[in-house]
Design a protein around this ligand. Structure first.
Ligand code: SAH
Length: 213
């Protein structure tokens, strides 16, 4: 079966299972070829709904987890988004397409090699509204704050305080909190106060750095 057909089948499954709920997220999943964000030997498994190795002991998240996070972020045109943990660049590409060209995604990765590969992957997918940064994203990315949306794709010991500071009023922050087995926590910021909701269990590689493990 062609990659395109496998991609359509995956999207149908993610919709049926209730992970993809919006047209915006569905269209982004159909537009971005997950195989192009994987090392060669992993490409045959691109449309299995599982995490896959991308090198440096890191993984690209399972498509259903990308979908859960995208829908929980309530994406709109014109948003300024920060991703902590670029990895392959796939999740950033999905968000970038979902929010459109009037919006921007800043993504930060601690491994320079992964950041460089992600940049190449994003170029290949003709994505022009993502900037890849290298550094410790547990401290946030102050230069481009405030952000409408912030999401972390690695498991943190607790919510990193700089991320709350860099979140706009009425913004949404998503952080998996725990040691590998974690709770996906959504933080809403209203009138300077934060409200925290658990969206359920998940598994992520650890966030390292100043506010990581
Ligand atoms: N979103 C990615 C998956 C990321 S896996 C994708 O779509 O492929 C988590 C990533 O977080 C890894 O690449 C890891 O190196 C990175 N990471 C962990 N701690 C970090 C930190 N403090 N700052 C930036 N990146 C970090």
């Amino acid at each position: 079966m062609s990659y395109e057909q496998q991609r359509k089948n995956l999207v149908d499954n993610l919709k049926r299972e209730g992970y993809i709920r919006s047209e915006r997220v569905k269209d982004a999943f159909l537009r971005i070829p997950r195989e192009d964000f994987l090392p060669l030997q992993q490409r045959p498994y691109a449309y299995a709904d599982t995490p896959l190795q991308i090198g440096h002991g890191q993984t690209i998240s399972a498509p259903h987890m990308v979908a859960i996070m995208c829908e929980a972020l309530v994406l709109h045109e014109g948003q300024n988004v920060l991703e902590i943990g670029t990895g392959s660049g796939y999740h950033a590409a999905i968000i970038a397409v979902a929010i459109g060209d009037t919006s921007h995604v800043h993504t930060i990765e601690r491994f320079a090699h992964l950041a460089n590969v992600a940049e190449t992957n994003l170029q290949k997918a003709s994505i022009t509204n993502v900037t890849v940064h290298i550094g410790d994203g547990s401290k946030g990315l102050p230069s481009f704050q405030p952000y409408d949306r912030i999401y972390v794709t690695a498991a943190a010991p607790a919510i990193p305080p700089p991320l709350i500071e860099e979140l706009k009023e009425d913004g949404i922050l998503l952080v998996p909190v725990g040691n590998v087995y974690c709770d996906l926590i959504r933080i809403d910021k209203h009138q300077g106060k934060t409200q925290s909701t658990s969206l359920g269990g998940c598994m992520f590689v650890p966030l390292v750095g100043e506010f990581g493990f």
